[in-house]
Write a protein that binds this ligand. Sequence first.
Ligand SMILES: Cc1cc2nc3c(=O)[nH]c(=O)nc-3n(C[C@H](O)[C@H](O)[C@H](O)COP(=O)(O)OP(=O)(O)OC[C@H]3O[C@@H](n4cnc5c(N)ncnc54)[C@H](O)[C@@H]3O)c2cc1C
Length: 381
Amino acid sequence: MDRLLTPDEREHHRRMLTLVLDRWEDQAHTWENGALLPEEVVTWTAEQGLLGAPLPASVGGGGWRAIEAGLLYEALGRVSISLASLVNVHGMMAQTVARWGTPWQRENVMPALGAGKRVAAICMTEPHAGSDLSEITTTLAERGDDLVLNGTKVYITFGQRADDLLVFAQRAGRSEACLVSRDAPGVTVTPMGDMLGLRAAGLARIDFEDCVIAPEAVVGKPDFAVPVLVPTALEHGRHAVAWMALGMLEACFEECARFVRTRRTFGSPLLDHGQIQTLVTRMGADLEAARHLCVAASRAMQDKAPETMRSVLLAKYFVCRVAQEHTASAVQLLASSGVSERSVTARAYRDSKVLNIIEGTEQILERTLAPLLVGAAGAVR
Ligand SMILES: Cc1cc2nc3c(=O)[nH]c(=O)nc-3n(C[C@H](O)[C@H](O)[C@H](O)COP(=O)(O)OP(=O)(O)OC[C@H]3O[C@@H](n4cnc5c(N)ncnc54)[C@H](O)[C@@H]3O)c2cc1C
């Protein structure tokens, strides 16, 4: 990784690794049984300025550049994808409001989110609408001077903990999004447990029943939510997921490297066996490619380059796909010691599957990437 970074970025990366690993390394397995990160971890994340770090300084955030945020997600991903997801969903929601919110929202809602005093979640998915958000049936309807929200959202990361929700809905057939406080009358939060991965990410089903929304809480213009707000949130989310998957894979590779050097079978270290060399070479080579794609995505984002969408999609797609392949290889390689619930590899194996579903499934990313990549083929001549 060091070779791809400037001296300042290398220093920032080391700071992130020290900060996160010194405090939380080897603790994630204790969080996974509780379905929600301990409050102490959420408070630590906010107090360290990590929740608001990637948000613009103009709204009270840390104003970190994309590469700095990426390196934070990499460090968090080494420890726990649930912890990385706390920062991610907060950022997805808050970045969207920071970018498209009204002056009132920037003044009244953003400072607490930027400072990490309140935690945010983003509510798009419904029981019958996941990949295809045009199928959202939650409604926002006018009632006197106010609006009322009715509907159900599911699989909301940190829905059990978040204070402020960005909820996507339909208003007279047009897509809109509004801010809702979880304490508002008519909001019911029900924990969703028993997940394959992200087991400490406090997933929830959230029901809205005649929930009164003030007009100031609507974010963006009419028919703005799915075409504009969703891509803004997803760009942040996909960049973050690529980097956290990279961190998770780095941790697995380091575990495998230690093991193949020290574990001996049939009179020699594992590393001397050809099949093991194939496994670790494939893992190491894909890891190197993944680092390049993550750094390229961050640089494109912070430069506001025209290829940003393509770079972010490619990084999310590639890193999550190889993470799924190689976390399975890591468990195979570590064999009995890799399947324990306490092991880094077992958790990564479970989490990697989920990373291929959130912020756009592998198939949904291919719908955009395939024509982009095919369209660019031969363009140099
Ligand atoms: C752990 C976890 C956390 C989550 N957190 C959040 C959150 O915080 N907020 C939120 O709003 N949502 C969240 N989600 C929901 C997530 O975004 C959706 O699961 C995801 O978008 C996929 O939607 P779906 O599950 O409804 O699958 P569907 O859209 O029903 O898709 C089912 C399958 O069909 C495939 N498919 C769909 N359409 C096509 C097509 N046109 N071509 C080819 N294949 C297709 C999909 O790839 C998938 O394999 C979370 C989900 C999980 C598992």
